[in-house]
Design a protein around this ligand. Structure first.
Ligand code: DHB
Ligand code: FE
Length: 286
């Protein structure tokens, strides 16, 4: 059976791609951020996931404002990136797992999440930057199932809805018959706003609250409406919806094993966490 080993959530700021391309990981500006990935690299080397389910938001590469599904699941054999205009190299393609995608899609729709099915899907910096951070320089050793959540065109799904979407994905993964080690990824955030009079807005206190709650009390965060969340975290800070879905997919007792928070990277409060799924049996024994 498939096993959910844990989750990683991280910022996806495009400028990180430029820093990687220019080998700036040890520059004073970048070091406190990239250092936060030393632990992640060790964890991935130990845990050896086969598949990553990646909750992320598309920023106009695959979907634009004219047609924007609330939830969309990739069912392709491969996901290509294209030049988004950020001045970063176009990423290599990421391999998919269509059989697992269809399993998830069937289960989600049976569970009343009427997702958009994408047999072709481009992935943007919200997928490729986290991949490059998790596996620097190497061939990427996992297949991915991209799940995009609309964090761009209002009305957005609620935090509670995204948490439940994650729950549904987690339940579906646990019934998949292949022996796969599955990790869950949530990208984006934390607080940031790129436009309008509050451009550059960061809210460290609120970010700390989100980081404190996400492992042990994620339900507490569902009391924020989207409007409240944007007020607290900025117009793009609402990318935290991807973190909520990631957390929802972790079905066992969850332990936070790593956290890094650094302000700012570009316009964003940059955060990285690793959550371990301690599993059903251990939860029952605890
Ligand atoms: C930045 C952050 C993002 O989440 C994004 O998608 C693009 C840019 C930034 O801080 O520059
Ligand atoms: Fe973004």
């Amino acid at each position: 059976m498939a096993k959910i080993i844990g989750g990683i959530a991280t910022t996806h700021v495009p400028a990180i791609g430029k820093a990687i391309a220019e080998n700036k990981q040890n520059d004073p500006y970048w070091k406190p951020f990239f250092q936060g990935f030393d632990y992640v690299h060790g964890w991935l080397a130990r845990e050896k996931p086969d598949v990553a389910v990646v909750f992320y938001n598309d920023h106009g590469l695959n979907f634009f404002l004219d047609k924007l599904p609330t939830f969309a699941v990739g069912a392709a054999a491969e996901y290509r990136n294209e030049d988004e205009g950020w001045g970063i190299p176009v990423s290599r393609a990421v391999p998919g797992d269509p059989a697992l995608s269809w399993h998830l899609i069937n289960a989600l729709i049976a569970d009343e999440f009427d997702v958009t099915i994408c047999q072709e899907m481009l992935v943007d910096h919200a997928v490729t930057i986290p991949m490059a951070l998790m596996w620097p320089g190497e061939r990427w050793p996992v297949t991915i199932i991209p799940v995009s959540i609309n964090t761009v065109q209002h009305p957005l799904p609620s935090l509670a809805r995204c948490f439940k979407l994650g729950r549904s994905v987690g339940r579906a993964l646990e019934t998949y018959e292949q022996d796969l080690r599955v990790m869950i990824v949530g990208t984006g955030g934390l607080s940031h706003q790129l436009d309008g009079t509050r451009a550059g807005f960061i809210n460290k206190e609120f970010d700390q609250l989100c980081l404190d709650k996400i492992a042990r009390h994620p339900e507490a965060l569902t009391r924020y409406s989207i409007h409240d969340f944007v007020a607290q975290a900025g117009a793009q800070g609402v990318e935290f919806l991807n973190w909520m879905a990631m957390r929802g997919a972790l079905t066992g007792r969850v332990a936070e094993v790593h956290r890094n928070y650094h302000i700012p990277i570009s316009n964003t409060a940059a955060a990285t966490i690793v959550l371990e799924n301690r599993g059903r049996r251990e939860r029952m024994a605890a």
